[in-house]
Design a protein around this ligand. Structure first.
Ligand code: CP
Length: 301
């Protein structure tokens, strides 16, 4: 799964139902601690840093009966000796994993790779192109609350331009029929989103409109060294005790993580009764387990 465009509302909602069933089964029984004889391996290749996505795919693979083999760019690989990403993947493919989970930057063509490789590839975050499992887990978390996303209003605040999460939500919103609002400073706006989405200049107006707000991480590593003033940004676009007074009492607060506290969101917002931020992380494992179990059915069909 590289993007979400090929999926229907029925397949996405059935993935959500499956994730919630996996969740309730997990809460009823002890987690599987051994791998069945002859079980496969999952190749998790992280060419960019990750905490949530990597750990949740590792947990999900184990719970679904696959042994996770993890390549972490930060922990010493032959990339340091000049081996290319594509050659790394070719060599790991030769070791016959059952499927790949790959995070990579924009310089790599994950779509083309997925067409060339012999086993399924799951996009775990690709440049600013997309992060489909993040959009799915965000929506699962809201689906669990609302039972549908039809006509719901989701506001994204902040660094829209560099957000692969927004890119995937733009795809998913067309499938599940939810509305997207954007509130971003000029330099963080995204041209291809403008026609499809409501734009809010003022955070207060956007928050009054929204059924859920998703604050976005300011992605300084993708800003080409431009100056950024965190304090000024927080005053206009930060989710703070003061700004979230404009959000409805039954609306929800979310963030895909990692969070720059004191920039896009203040730490005490985690304790707000409307915050689903750690629920997103919890549900990420169940969503990814359900996705792997669907792939498992395809592999063994
Ligand atoms: N939300 C997310 O993708 O977090 P990580 O970068 O830690 O995986």
């Amino acid at each position: 799964m590289i993007n979400l465009t090929q999926h229907s509302k029925i397949t996405v909602e059935s993935l959500f139902e499956k994730s919630l069933k996996v969740k309730s089964d997990f809460k009823k029984s002890a987690v599987q601690k051994t791998w069945p004889e002859g079980s496969g391996t999952a190749a998790l290749l992280f060419f960019e840093s990750s905490t949530r996505t990597r750990f949740s795919f590792e947990s999900a693979a184990i719970r679904a009966g696959y042994y996770p083999l993890v390549l972490d760019i930060n922990t010493g690989t032959s990339l340091e000796k000049g081996e290319s990403v594509i050659d790394t993947i070719r060599n790991i493919e030769a070791m016959r994993p059952s499927f790949f989970v790959i995070r990579c930057d924009k310089n790599f063509d994950l779509q083309k790779l997925s067409e060339q490789i012999s086993v399924p590839v799951i996009n775990a975050g690709w440049g600013i192109q997309g992060h489909p499992t993040q959009a799915l887990l965000d929506s699962l978390t809201l689906f669990e609350k609302w039972q549908t996303l039809e006509n719901k209003k989701i506001l994204f605040v902040g660094d829209v331009k560099h957000s692969r999460v927004v890119a995937s939500h733009l795809e998913l919103s067309k499938i599940l029929n939810y509305k997207i609002g954007l509130c971003a400073p000029q330099e963080f706006q995204r041209e291809n989103a403008i026609l499809d989405c409501l734009q809010f200049d003022k955070l207060e107006t956007g928050l009054r409109w929204a059924d859920a707000v998703i604050a976005l991480r300011v992605q300084k590593e993708r800003h080409d060294g431009k100056n950024f003033d965190s304090a000024t940004y927080r005053l206009k676009y930060g989710l703070t005790e003061s700004s979230i007074k404009s959000l409805g009492s039954s609306a929800f607060i979310m963030h895909p993580g990692p969070i720059n506290y004191g920039t896009e969101l203040d730490e005490n917002i985690l304790q707000d009764s409307r915050s689903l931020i750690l629920k997103q992380v919890e549900n990420g494992v169940f969503l990814r387990e359900a996705l792997i179990r669907n792939i498992d059915k395809e592999i063994n069909a």
